[in-house]
Write a protein that binds this ligand. Structure first.
Ligand code: BGO
Length: 270
């Protein structure tokens, strides 16, 4: 059976450039089931039996845009062997928001930090080893435009598909984790273990599409709702905003440790 690499990233992260460089002319273009969003797949160059699927460019795995729904239906329904998460290295803060969600799916994730030619020119410094450790994913630096690092990224993905597990390193605040633990126990304990956390977070967020899919009985729903309300009361916000905000706080803390902008902190001479 073919090994499936799903290419996931924000719009403008260089996904098309990378997809074309990895697959060349071995591409098949169609539509995602039931929608007019273009689906591109291709065979990885110089490797037999490896298919790269280009997911729509997205900022999040929330259920609000057609692109997000298509991408997440594929990820949770088809479960590719590995996700190659392409990230714009000049825009890490925004791009890592999606990464924090991809690492929760229970699918191995490899990160390709793109636009490294621009990052290097700017003099900004990314501490790749530390970022990799914080996120729990292997990172390969690439320039899709120049074709640098791209096969290394694809090969790291193949390797991860065969050998690696991605375990999310981030934990939410105590009140949220308390609710998530109850949700896992009450609602998703029959699912494969690696999938439970993503579903629990979505249930906490009261994600309509997930609630429709897993059809919990009234008693379980009422029990879970109590836990969600308790967290909302403690943190004085709605569940979905709590999750979003805590992701951004986490990303900011990681970047503080792993990203140094040139010139920041120096006194201006002008
Ligand atoms: C234009 N380095 C640099 N410097 N640029 C890159 C790299 C890289 O490693 N990778 C991609 N780009 P997409 P999505 C453009 O189209 O692949 C550039 O949305 C322009 N176009 O060339 O399309 C890439 O599929 C005019 O830039 O991204 C593209 O994820 C002027 O990033 C852009 C300048 O790449 C987005 C750039 C008419």
């Amino acid at each position: 059976m073919d090994l499936k690499i799903a290419l996931a990233g924000n719009p403008n992260s260089g996904k098309t450039t990378l997809f074309n460089a990895l697959t060349g002319s071995n591409q098949f273009v169609g539509n995602w089931p039931g929608v007019t969003v273009e689906k591109k797949e291709g065979k990885l160059k110089k490797h037999d039996g490896v298919i790269v699927t280009d997911l729509p460019g997205i900022y999040s795995l929330s259920p609000y845009t057609l692109e997000e729904v298509v991408a997440r239906n594929y990820l949770i329904g088809e479960r590719p062997d590995v996700i190659l998460n392409i990230v714009d290295g000049t825009n890490l803060e925004r791009n890592l928001y999606l990464t924090t969600q991809l690492t929760e799916l229970g699918i191995p994730v490899i990160m390709a930090i793109n636009m490294m030619d621009v990052v290097k020119k700017s003099g900004d410094k990314i501490n790749i080893a530390e970022l990799s450790r914080e996120l729990g994913v292997k990172i390969v630096e690439i320039s899709a435009l120049k074709g640098e690092g791209i096969m290394e990224a694809a090969e790291a993905a193949i390797d991860a598909a065969k050998n690696a597990k991605t375990v999310p390193q981030h934990t939410f605040s105590g009140a949220v984790e308390h609710a998530l633990a109850h949700i896992e126990e009450a609602a998703v304990h029959n699912m494969p273990e690696e999938q439970q956390r993503w579903y629990a977070i979505k249930i906490f967020e009261r994600d309509d599409k997930v609630l429709e899919q897993i059809k919990l009985n009234g008693g379980v729903l009422a029990h879970i709702e109590e836990d969600i309300k308790a967290a909302e009361k403690e943190l004085d916000d709605d569940a979905e905003s709590i999750i979003t905000n805590e992701r951004y706080v986490y990303i900011a803390s990681i970047l503080k440790a792993c990203y140094k902008k040139k010139n920041v902190g120096k006194l201006s001479t002008s």
